[in-house]
Design a protein around this ligand. Structure first.
Ligand code: CA
Length: 234
């Protein structure tokens, strides 16, 4: 299912990186594939400036920037209407578990520790783009006061708009688009985070919990099935 989705011919990628040698490596890895249009920013301020000019299809984000932290930049991107949905892959020298979890929780799509293999970077970039595509095309949903606009990426419960993070919305849409069917934790992990059920366990649990608490009276629409599955009941 995921493998069959095609990738747009030219993908605009913004590389945010202050280390010239690392920037060169990353550029070379993507340029050798020839399907990417690259722009670069050497600090957080430059990144915001670039994003103001044009919104890329994907962002590669270094964490240690001279004027800020890539996690904060990612968090800010997620708060901005224009950039909320742009996939972010964090590239960092830090390899602590806390950073990885924080990275995924602020809405990054993947996390790669330096030094990385150029082929691995390109594979991750492609996987993230495919995952974004495998969620679509999404359709609107409306049932007894539960309403979703796929285009606006907005959920309403009995007429009240509910704020959701991009990943919470993706997760909900994944379940809604397969409503009535059981989807496994592994499928969710692969599609939403590109990770196995094991690797995404904590993040997935947090997201399911948050989603249910945001759905209030509608929480029971998300049913736990057995040990490893969920089903959206409409
Ligand atoms: Ca750096």
């Amino acid at each position: 299912m995921i493998e069959n989705a095609s990738i747009p011919k030219v993908t605009k990628v913004l590389i945010v990186e202050d280390e010239p040698s690392q920037m060169a490596l990353t550029r070379r890895a993507l340029e050798s594939h020839g399907t990417f249009h690259l722009s670069v920013a050497q600090n957080a301020q430059e990144a915001f400036h670039q994003l103001h000019e044009s919104v890329p299809d994907l962002i590669l984000m270094d964490l240690g920037l001279p004027d800020g932290d890539g996690l904060d930049v990612t968090r800010r991107l997620r708060e901005d209407e224009r950039t909320r949905w742009v996939p972010v892959i964090i590239l960092t020298g830090r390899s602590t578990v806390v950073d990885k979890i924080t990275g995924l929780e602020v809405g990054a799509d993947d996390y790669l520790t330096k030094p990385f293999d150029p082929g691995e970077l390109v594979a991750r970039v492609r996987a993230v783009l495919r995952r974004k595509q495998s969620l679509g095309p999404l359709t609107d949903f409306e049932n007894e006061g539960f309403k979703i606009s796929a285009d606006r990426r907005q959920v309403w419960l009995n007429g009240t708009a509910v704020a959701m993070t991009p990943k919470e919305f993706d997760l909900l849409m994944m379940m809604v688009s397969k409503r009535g069917a059981v989807i496994t934790r592994d499928e969710i992990g692969q599609v939403i985070w590109g990770k196995s059920a094991e690797e995404s366990a904590r993040t997935l649990d947090t997201h399911i919990w948050r989603l249910r608490s945001k759905l209030g009276d509608f929480a029971e629409r998300i049913e736990t099935v057995g040990k490893n599955g969920y089903r959206f009941n409409s």
